[in-house]
Design a binder for this molecule. Structure first.
Ligand code: HEM
Length: 285
């Protein structure tokens, strides 16, 4: 995380700058695209060392297009997952689209991994090291000999898929709640003034002191978990849970919303401005 800190800083500042320029020119700012652009840029740079969102190359455009297709397909309800014969027919064509997107993504990732392998400079410096470099370097370690090229590709795709939408959607919800609750914005600004001041930019190192901001993020997670239903899990063997018999191969789709009590609809960040107050800390749980 420390090695990739500069990427998060550069991308966040560049987003803020672009919003400011648009505002000064009295142009409409598409906040949704800005936030998705931010998280996609950060993840693509951290994982692949590719700055796709500052580029209009053929590969960058294709990567962005596949990213949008992935985001869309992740959110659709595919009846075929629940009714097997409907799945075979693939009436809505989701399966076909998933396979096509997967194939296109696979060939881009394969090319990038090959390029990393061919790098003659050897191990990267701390500032440029990325997830693919780390995985490739593990292959030389005898404990990770089993790490195949397919596993590396799968891990890379996993990071890209899991790390982009989750953060973007959380930021978007947090901003929406702050807009709907102006007193929350006021208190967050007071805290920023108190902890950071107006003479410098916010840094990652400030985060532990920004308790009220943390409680906004946690309340956003409670009310708007990025995936209301978590990724499916399957029991590998028959077990008993609190007296119930669960057969092997039972698929579990935990409801994050229920677990986090998001039936309580109001956005309840700590009521006191004192960032260290008990009331604020109470909301961190
Ligand atoms: C708002 C931010 C995020 C939230 C709320 C979140 C939440 C989750 C949850 C609930 C799971 C499933 C755990 C399980 O049931 O097994 C998960 C899996 C995962 N997350 Fe995140 N995550 C976030 C951001 C990220 C980021 C930024 C990355 C990568 C840089 C990431 C990478 C992963 C990976 C690789 C998995 C495993 C997926 C798999 O099992 O195939 N996540 N995340």
């Amino acid at each position: 995380m420390e090695a990739s800190k500069h990427i998060r800083i550069e991308e966040a500042y560049s987003m803020v700058k672009s919003i400011r320029v648009n505002c000064e020119g009295r142009k409409v700012v598409d906040v949704h695209s800005q936030i998705y652009g931010l998280t996609r840029s950060i993840i693509a740079r951290m994982v692949l060392n590719r700055n796709y969102f500052a580029s209009n190359s053929k590969e960058a455009l294709e990567f962005k297009e596949i990213g949008t297709e992935y985001s869309h397909l992740l959110g659709v309800i595919n009846l075929g997952d629940f009714i097997p014969y409907v799945g075979l027919l693939d009436i809505w064509g989701y399966k076909r689209r998933m396979m096509a997107a997967r194939k296109r993504m696979d060939s881009i990732i394969e090319k990038i991994i090959q390029e990393h392998q061919e790098k003659t400079t050897g191990v990267s410096t701390d500032a440029s090291i990325n997830f693919v470099d780390v995985l490739l370097s593990l292959k030389n370690n005898k404990d990770y000999q089993h790490l195949s090229m397919d596993s590396i590709k799968a891990l890379v795709i996993d990071m890209l898929a899991a790390g982009t939408e989750s953060s973007a959607v959380t930021i978007e919800w947090a901003l929406s709640e702050i807009l709907l609750n102006p007193w929350v914005q006021e208190k967050a600004q007071q805290e920023l003034d108190h902890v950071v001041g107006r003479e410098r930019k916010v840094e990652e190192a400030d985060l532990p002191q920004l308790k009220y901001l943390q409680s906004i993020v946690k309340e956003t997670f409670r009310l708007h978990p990025p995936g209301p239903v978590l990724v499916p899990h399957e029991s590998t063997q028959a077990v008993q849970v609190t007296g119930y018999d669960i057969p092997a191969k039972t698929r579990l789709l935990p409801s994050a919303g229920e677990c986090m009590g998001n039936w309580a609809r109001s956005f309840k960040v700590g009521k006191s401005t004192g960032s260290q107050s008990r009331e604020v800390l109470k909301w961190q749980h």
